[in-house]
Design a protein around this ligand. Structure first.
Ligand code: NAP
Ligand code: MG
Length: 401
């Protein structure tokens, strides 16, 4: 059988621990036999990041910018314990943070649904994707613990000497006060990424803030989204048969719970932080959550939402077979291959991505899965090791399961 040819390489960002092991197996068992895989390889494993003084992370992000599509394995974000464990020169920054800063992107997280694992919310039938703005607000705040009576003021001093001054509160006794900010530029990038992504997956886009209470701050988000939509995206949305709609966050929360799913919910930084944990948990499992970083220029970096599954890796090192769930990592690969196929007009590559995802879901629907899913599964489930699971998917891909 001849393998599917690619035109442009994928940017491949290898990673750490158990997910690095799964990475190699997924490639050799499920992709390379069928696709003449072209990648530009970057080793983001912690050891190599240290050897290159983290240069490799920056290079990989620039490559993602150049080629447009990347697939990333989970990586260790070093802490003090990792500095010791790996003998690091420095406590390198989170690779995801570095890549996000270079691509200026927004992260979209979507659950993968399977028949026997039911969302806690009965009405949800299709995935809900959360788009979280990843800049500013309470994550970049300034806070003061007010010691006693006094006046708290908000003062802006322009470079031209202009001053804007407002009283936050006249304190009669102790309390707290907080200042935070955001940037038109960042909000617009966020909006652009959301519109691009909605078009790329052909799903409706919802956006919610608390603009009734925050009449200047949150209202700015609402206005910038609306302006950009009218100026640049309305026509494309109408052509794609999808809608953009804005609503108050309270209303959005109620609608999300009553919905069937199948849309993208854009959230401000804090809302997205909290709501993505709620959505992930209510859909079933972190191991079934995909994540894609989309830049405002329409560059895509696909990954799993979970980490490097350290505990399983230590068991693997002792020679034990682990039952680590590879689904989100498989879907990172299929997502990247499908996008590459779309951009390069390679229908065979796109349909391979569809077949790989279908073979994965069919395997689970047939009752064969890793341990984490078997625990959640309603019905007869056979918990197998990662390798046995990948082997079962491969059999389906070959059409003899
Ligand atoms: P984690 O790797 O996501 O694992 C936490 C626990 O969740 C695991 O111990 C396992 O539970 C379960 N789990 C997660 N993914 C699973 C899978 N695919 N299959 C089966 N079970 C799974 O998070 P962590 O332990 O907090 O972080 C480990 C390392 O990953 C850290 O060094 C962190 O910096 C890094 N990290 C990277 C990313 C990224 O690159 N995007 C994201 C998060 C964390 P049981 O042990 O109970 O089976
Ligand atoms: Mg959170």
């Amino acid at each position: 059988m001849s393998r599917i040819q690619m035109a442009t390489p994928l940017v491949e960002m290898d990673g750490d621990e158990m997910t690095r092991i799964l990475w190699g197996w997924i490639k050799s068992m499920l992709i390379e036999p069928y696709v003449d895989l072209k990648t530009e390889y970057y080793d983001l494993g912690l050891k190599h990041r240290d050897e290159t003084n983290d240069r490799v992370t920056v290079d990989s992000a620039n490559a993602a910018k150049k080629y447009g599509v990347a697939v990333k394995c989970a990586t260790i974000t070093p802490n003090a314990q990792r500095v010791e464990e790996y003998g690091l020169k420095e406590m390198w920054k989170s690779p995801n943070g570095t890549i996000r800063a270079i691509l200026d992107g927004t992260v979209f997280r979507a659950p993968i649904l399977v028949k026997g694992v039911h969302p806690t919310v009965r009405t949800w039938q299709k995935p809900i994707t959360i788009a979280r703005h990843a800049y500013g607000d309470v994550y970049r705040n300034t806070e003061i613990r007010v010691p006693g009576a006094g006046k708290a003021e908000l003062v802006f001093t322009g470079e031209d000497g202009q001053e804007i001054r407002q009283t936050v509160f006249d304190f009669k006794g102790p309390g707290v006060v907080q200042g935070m900010h955001n940037l038109d530029q960042s909000i617009l990038s966020f909006a652009r990424s959301c519109f691009q992504y909605a078009l790329s997956v052909r799903q409706d886009l919802w956006f919610s803030t608390k603009d009734t209470i925050s009449k200047t701050y949150d209202h700015r988000f609402k206005d910038l989204f609306a302006e950009l939509y009218e100026q640049e995206y309305r026509e494309a949305f109408e052509r794609a048969g999808i809608t953009y709609f804005y609503t108050l966050i309270d209303d959005a929360v109620a609608r999300v719970i009553r919905s069937e799913g199948g849309f993208i919910w854009a959230c401000k930084n804090y809302d997205g932080d909290v709501m993505s944990d709620m959505i992930a948990t209510a859909f079933g499992s972190l191991a079934m959550m995909t994540s894609v970083l989309v830049s405002p220029q329409g560059q895509f970096e696909y990954e799993a939402a979970h980490g490097t599954v350290t505990r399983h890796y230590y068991r693997y090192l002792k020679g034990e077979e682990t039952s680590t769930n590879p689904v989100a990592t498989i879907f990172a690969w299929s997502g990247a291959l499908r996008k590459r196929g779309e951009l390069d007009a390679l229908p065979e590559l796109q349909s391979f991505a569809d077949r790989l995802e279908k073979a994965t879901l069919d395997t689970i629907n047939s009752g064969v899965m890793t341990k984490d899913l078997a625990l959640l599964y309603e019905g007869e489930a056979q918990a197998v090791s990662s390798r046995e699971f990948l082997e079962a998917i491969r059999k389906r891909l070959e059409g003899n399961a």
